[in-house]
Structures are given as structure tokens and as C-alpha cells.
Design a protein around this ligand. Structure first.
Ligand code: RP5
Length: 166
């Protein structure tokens, strides 16, 4: 049901993705954006994926952020089943360092887009910020919070480097 529903769905292929995807959730929290968090595997729970993606718009979600690793079909399959914007986060893998995840997510055939972020933590954080940018187009209060978030980030950057920091 649209209306008071949470605007962002964070989905991931496995519990093992949560270590990375929690950065998405934390960033959304910092911006005051309500979100739902679910494990939805394209390979192990295909029926759950179908049910979620087909119903996502009616649930009131406006953006879906999907994190997955390896043969990462979750973002693309989700995008094939919903007209909502889908942002894909390639989760780093042990065997191929996330290159497998990245290429699986980014190489979508023309017609079904997935906005693909960087591998790992940076991508997880940026997916939340990109969702915030989209939502702030129609939410002035959120736009102000996003401006503030970015201004704080800028203020934290020193003008000169310091020796001895990690
Ligand atoms: C993918 O397989 C998941 O997104 C995860 O990144 C990867 C490995 O899953 P686990 O074997 O750790 O559950 O579907």
C-alpha cells in the first residue's frame, strides 16, 4: 500500500551480505529515510524474489537497493520484475574480490537498467546516497538533510595532510 510505507527496500542475496549492506542501512538512517531490510536470493529463494519484486511498488517502495555477490543475479532479476529504480551493490567475494559480482550486475542487456555502484562498502554507502538524491526530488525536507550531510562531509576534510595517520 502506497502512502506511509517505507520508501526504500534493501534486499540482499544472503545473510553473508549484511556486513556490507548494513552500511546502506546506516547511511539511510543518518538521512532519516525509512527502509525495509530483507534477504531475497535469486537462486535459493526464487519464489520470494518474484513475490517481492512483483509487489514492491504496491508495497509503497520507491527505490530498491539490491546487494549480491558472485553470480549476482538479484539486482537484474529484480529490475526485470519491477518498474522501480533498482540500484545494485556488488558484494566483495573471496575468490574473485567482487569482480564477478560487479560484472554480473553491471552488464545488463539494453531494456532493463540496474544502476550499479562500486564493489563493497563504498557502493553500499553510495547506493543509499543515490536513493536519497532520487527521493529528495520530491521531498524538500530530505533534500535539506542531504545538503547538510554533504556539507558535514566536506567540513571533515582537512586542507593539508598529516603524517602518522592510518
Ligand atoms: C549470493 O551468493 C549472495 O548474494 C552472496 O553474496 C553469495 C554467497 O552467499 P552465501 O553462500 O554466503 O550464503 O547469492
Amino acid at each position: 500500500m502506497a502512502g506511509q510505507a517505507k520508501p526504500v527496500a534493501i534486499i540482499m542475496g544472503s545473510q553473508s551480505d549484511w556486513e556490507i549492506m548494513q552500511h546502506t542501512a546506516e547511511t539511510l538512517d543518518a538521512l532519516g529515510i525509512a527502509h525495509d531490510t530483507r534477504i531475497v536470493s535469486a537462486h535459493r529463494t526464487p519464489d520470494r524474489l518474484y513475490e517481492f519484486a512483483k509487489g514492491a511498488r504496491d508495497e509503497g517502495f520507491q527505490v530498491v537497493i539490491a546487494g549480491a555477490g558472485g553470480a549476482a543475479h538479484l539486482p537484474g532479476m529484480t529490475a526485470s520484475l519491477t518498474p522501480l529504480p533498482v540500484f545494485g551493490v556488488p558484494v566483495e567475494t573471496k575468490s574473485l574480490s567482487g569482480m564477478d559480482s560487479l560484472l554480473s550486475i553491471v552488464q545488463m542487456p539494453a531494456g532493463i537498467p540496474v544502476g550499479t555502484l562500486a564493489i563493497g562498502k563504498a557502493g553500499a554507502i553510495n547506493a543509499a546516497l543515490l536513493a536519497a538524491s532520487v527521493l529528495s526530488l520530491h521531498d524538500k525536507a530530505l533534500a535539506a538533510r542531504l545538503d547538510e550531510w554533504r556539507a558535514k562531509q566536506t567540513a571533515k576534510i582537512a586542507e593539508t595532510p598529516v603524517t602518522g595517520t592510518a
